[in-house]
Design a protein. Structure first.
Length: 319
């Protein structure tokens, strides 16, 4: 009996310890506020600012435009657990998720572009304010470090642009990439919006402007679709290059800095392809010239041979 009582007491103690530890872990997990971001851009910024002081979740896939994201049942639970929700302002589905989840979390819009250093700093400052105002987390030190890193990124992009001769290169550009392309010094001669909204008249105007200005690149936005850009490039004899506006489309593009560096490398590759095409075209022209010269030389040779033969026959006839 004594052993049974001892065994029961041991089990009871283990059960109580387990309950205490489990409760502690649940409380510890909830001690960290949850920031739910509609896109990987906002999530990247929030993670940079809060570090390990909060949990950051993201809703929309970086492969699609957030304006057209199709919500999933799991998104309802994510919203329900949120302490703060960050969005750009183009995500109409946020209202439906808010209602379906009965979330009490404040929703803060962070409008504006983010793919150029100057505007990126503004987005960081806006997100920092939202976090401090709604969660009471002081992120001023981390914000200062992030701003310094963005300044360094800006210098890197300018140097890269100069080193790869981006300045003044005529291009056609998708609207969502305009800020970035202008920052790098390209000459934008025509732009186009979301492909599904481009009319036949607008398309004709794009081709006209691109052709007259000698555009050599068509810069697409991956999340908006690339078929229209490829069609324009084919028609004007240029090279299409697709950039991303959202980090996370591949493992190595894990934040906004990596995204912008990846984009400039894609642009440099596209320009190298243009230059290669030009060299190939020059070689083709030279080859055509050589072929023409060879044909002319052969024709002259034939004429000379005929003249020699004719002259030989005449001399023989006189004898």
């Amino acid at each position: 009996m004594t052993s049974i009582r001892l065994h029961s007491r041991t089990l009871l103690i283990l059960l109580l310890v387990t309950i205490v530890l489990t409760s502690h872990s649940v409380v510890s997990a909830k001690e960290k506020p949850i920031i739910v971001c509609t896109t990987s851009v906002l999530a990247s910024i929030a993670k940079d600012l809060v570090g390990d002081k909060a949990i950051v979740e993201v809703i929309a896939s970086p492969a699609v435009c957030p304006a057209y994201y199709d919500i999933k049942p799991s998104d309802v639970e994510t919203f329900r657990e949120a302490d703060l929700i960050l969005m750009h302002g183009i995500e109409q589905w946020v209202k439906a998720l808010k209602e379906a989840s009965s979330s009490n979390a404040p929703i803060v819009e962070i409008p504006g572009t983010w793919n150029a250093p100057d505007t990126l700093k503004e987005r960081y400052e806006a997100v920092a304010k939202a976090i401090e105002d709604n969660l009471g987390i002081d992120v001023s030190d981390r914000l200062s470090k992030c701003v310094n890193r963005i300044d360094d990124l800006g210098k890197y992009l300018k140097e890269y642009s100069k080193g790869h001769d981006f300045e003044g290169v005529p291009v056609v550009c998708m609207a969502w990439q305009v800020a970035f392309i202008k920052y790098l010094g390209f000459k934008i001669v025509a732009t186009y919006g979301p492909p599904e909204k481009v009319t036949a008249k607008e398309y004709s105007e794009i081709i006209k402007n691109a052709t007259s200005a000698g555009a050599i690149l068509v810069i697409d936005n991956i999340q908006s679709g690339t078929e229209l850009g490829k069609k324009i490039a084919l028609e004007i004899g240029g090279v299409e290059v697709a950039l991303t506006n959202f980090p996370g489309i591949s493992p190595e593009i894990n934040n906004i800095t990596a995204m912008l560096k990846w984009n400039v490398e894609k642009l440099a590759d596209a320009l190298a392809k243009v230059n290669l095409q030009r060299e190939v075209n020059v070689l083709k022209e030279q080859l055509d010239t050589y072929r023409t010269a060879t044909i002319v030389l052969m024709a002259i040779t034939v004429v000379l041979v005929l003249l020699v033969i004719g002259l030989a026959i005449r001399l023989k006839t006189r004898k």
